[in-house]
Ligand binder design. Structure first.
Ligand SMILES: N[C@@H](CCC(=O)N[C@@H](CS)C(=O)NCC(=O)O)C(=O)O
Length: 268
């Protein structure tokens, strides 16, 4: 970020919704990146009053502050706005039909995200099968969409673009399902297309802001049913805390239904 920065994104570094914005900026290039400064928010601490005043009391991030103080919310809205006002190649498709197809695919993200987060946060072993099925249905829905609109390629269109910036952060977060729920796509034809998409999305250089290790360790408390920096019973420090750094902590137990370790055993 240089002196030319004029937009501020308030964000949580490991948040997938913020990563969408980071990916968009990476795709637009240096000139765009230099215009945006990222302000880190620690969600394990009470929210800063000045930021709350700016957002009029809402706490969800990312939030974009414009140079004149106006505030925009919602990652997809931020993506659209920054794509339009910042220099660099447009990430959204230029062709109206293609942009409409991107729009339809983006509309699937809400249910997809919801299915994954409900699954990781579930504490009832008897619900695992149903939640796994629900997650698989969501992947099958994406697969069917891609088969209809882009049967042959890798990405939705020619290259990693808008839709990939929307979904890749979620494919990455769902590493927590693989780790804590032993979830993965079965080798069935109904997932072939979406698997190909996911693999290419995960490998793309514009989407390497987080690692599997950071996600698995940071989201341990989600796996215990405590989201957004909340504390699970018997704990004094959140797995979302910045200190001690996640790299220094041991990998959490994969069995989220077993007796949970305390702060010390988690390296917190
Ligand atoms: N629909 C919102 C979701 C944002 C969201 O849920 N952000 C989470 C972090 S991943 C958050 O800020 N949680 C803290 C809170 O809501 O207080 C978007 O796309 O921007």
């Amino acid at each position: 970020m240089s002196q030319a920065a004029s937009f501020v994104v308030h964000h949580i570094p490991v948040c997938p919704f913020s990563q969408r914005v980071e990916i968009l900026l990476a795709l637009k290039g240096n000139d765009a990146q230099e215009r945006v400064r990222f302000e880190v928010v620690d969600i394990t601490r009470p929210r800063d009053a000045a930021l709350l005043a700016k957002t009029r009391g809402t706490t969800a991030l990312p939030v974009l502050e414009l140079p004149d103080g106006r505030v925009l919310k919602e990652s997809l809205v931020l993506m659209r706005y920054l794509d339009e006002v910042l220099p660099g190649p447009a990430v959204a498709a230029a062709d109206p039909y293609r942009r409409a197809v991107e729009g339809m695919l983006s509309r699937l993200e809400g249910d997809f995200v919801q299915a994954g987060y409900v699954f990781v946060m579930n504490q009832d072993p008897d619900r695992r099968g149903a939640l796994r099925e629900r997650m698989l249905e969501q992947f099958a829905r994406l697969d069917a969409f891609l088969v209809e609109h882009a049967p042959a390629g890798t990405f939705l269109f020619d290259d990693f673009g808008w839709s990939e910036a929307v979904f890749t952060p979620m494919f990455m977060r769902f590493w927590f399902l693989e780790y804590y729920e032993d979830f993965d796509l079965p080798p069935e034809p109904r997932f072939e297309r979406v698997r190909r998409w996911r693999t290419s999305c995960l490998a793309h250089p514009a989407a390497q802001q987080v690692t599997r290790e950071e996600i698995v360790k940071s989201y341990y408390d989600y796996a215990l049913g405590a989201g957004n920096g909340a504390l699970p019973a018997g704990r004094a420090r959140s797995s979302f805390a910045f200190e001690p750094h996640w790299r220094t902590r041991p990998w959490p137990p994969r069995d989220k239904y077993g007796p949970p370790p305390g702060d010390a055993a988690l390296g917190l």
